[in-house]
Design a protein around this ligand. Structure first.
Ligand SMILES: *Cc1c(COP(=O)(O)O)cnc(C)c1O
Length: 359
């Protein structure tokens, strides 16, 4: 039983629509569904279950996320895209997780584990986050790793900074030059990959053997992207209380909002403790009630927020409130603009307290 009437509703058919579209656009490539950060807030295990028939790999950031998937689905192909500390590499091995590595030291630790380990090598082509630098020493190190008997090097990859066409092409060329130098020594990889969701459509010529799609699956479009993607997430709540307010009276902590006229204030039981950005009221944030926008007023609380209902004369206690919802003209991109952040942050900051329901 749902113990709360504020919740995030996830539309399965939207996620399936988005993955099918990627499949059509890239029939030659493998797809890694990136499901880090609780599948961008949509619920890790539920999203993994719905995508299992549609994708080839699941990508996560951390060992904890990988283990959560493996405990439910031991045969799923799960790649940790981030760093795992040396002391935990035995856990990676035990669960049969595919680990990203970028040092001979980590390769040797995995090589000494009981079972063969599957790894992807990471090349830093300019992002300066993780990876072997794209140079001759790295080619030597990788050649040494590929000789280890108890390691299966399945892939090699890099990540683009998306800093512009010229910079992105330079990164791609640097990555390819490392791959080519290894090929010249007879070292080949099953999966070479560099595209995330934005690069997937911006640079079809960079798709190589696999694309890593996160935002795409949840219907988040990059700037200028025209793909027919569908947003999967709607956040709903309801009006828990309505109070009358006199002109000049304050609302919420510090009375940072004062009513400009006599009117009505509605209370909505959702707050920053659920992941709603605390700065939404400062920048013109609003929710949708009965198809109409209701401005958020006063400082947002941990568990509740207030809206001005003065112009929504029919709004009553119990009415449904759309907090995020592309279907009613309040897409995640608008929320991100108002909160002065990006779409992925709005999604991934939704907390565990907000129940997820699946339709
Ligand atoms: C998060 C992540 C992705 C997915 O990025 P999107 O822009 O959401 O598609 C791909 N690759 C790596 C290495 C990542 O960390």
């Amino acid at each position: 039983m749902l113990l709360r009437d504020s919740y995030a509703e996830v539309d399965r058919s939207a996620i399936i629509h988005n993955v099918k579209l990627a499949r059509q656009l890239a029939p030659q490539q493998k797809i890694m569904a990136v499901v880090k950060a609780n599948a961008y807030g949509h619920g890790l295990l539920e999203v993994v279950a719905m995508l299992d028939d549609w994708v080839d790999f699941f990508g996560v950031a951390t060992l904890s996320e990988a283990v959560a998937i493996k405990r439910e689905m031991p045969i799923a192909d799960v790649v940790i895209l981030g760093h795992t500390p040396n002391r935990l590499l035995s856990v990676v091995n035990e669960y049969g997780i595919v680990q990203t590595i970028f040092s001979v030291e980590q390769a040797e630790i995995l090589n000494a584990c009981p079972k063969p380990s599957r790894v992807h090598l990471k090349i830093d082509s300019g992002f300066h986050r993780l990876g072997f630098p794209a140079n001759a020493a790295a080619v030597e190190a990788i050649a040494a790793i590929c000789k280890l008997k108890n390691i299966n090097v399945e892939g090699i990859f890099s990540h683009l900074a998306l800093a512009g066409d010229e910079a992105d092409r330079l990164q791609y060329q640097l990555f390819c030059s490392v791959v080519d130098q290894l090929a010249a020594r007879g070292i080949h990889f099953k999966y070479r990959h560099i595209c995330d969701s934005i690069a997937f459509t911006r640079y079809p010529e960079f798709r190589l053997d696999m694309v890593r799609l996160g935002a795409w699956l949840f219907g988040m479009k990059g700037i200028g992207q025209t793909a027919d993607l569908r947003e999967a997430l709607t956040v709903k709540s309801y009006i828990s209380h309505i109070s009358a307010i006199k002109k000049g009276a304050g609302v919420s902590y510090d009375y940072l909002y004062r009513a400009a006229r006599d009117g009505r204030i509605g209370t909505i039981p959702i707050g920053y403790g659920d992941g709603y950005p605390r700065n939404m009221s400062k920048n013109g944030g609003y929710v949708i009630i009965n198809g109409e926008p209701a401005p958020v007023v006063g400082i947002i609380n941990m568990d509740q927020l207030m809206v001005d209902l003065t112009d929504l004369v029919d709004a009553q206690v119990g009415d449904e409130v759309i907090v995020y919802g592309a279907a009613v003209g309040l897409p995640i991109s608008t929320i991100a603009d108002i909160a002065q952040t990006n779409k992925n942050e709005i999604l991934s900051r939704l907390t565990a307290r907000l129940p997820r329901i699946y339709r």
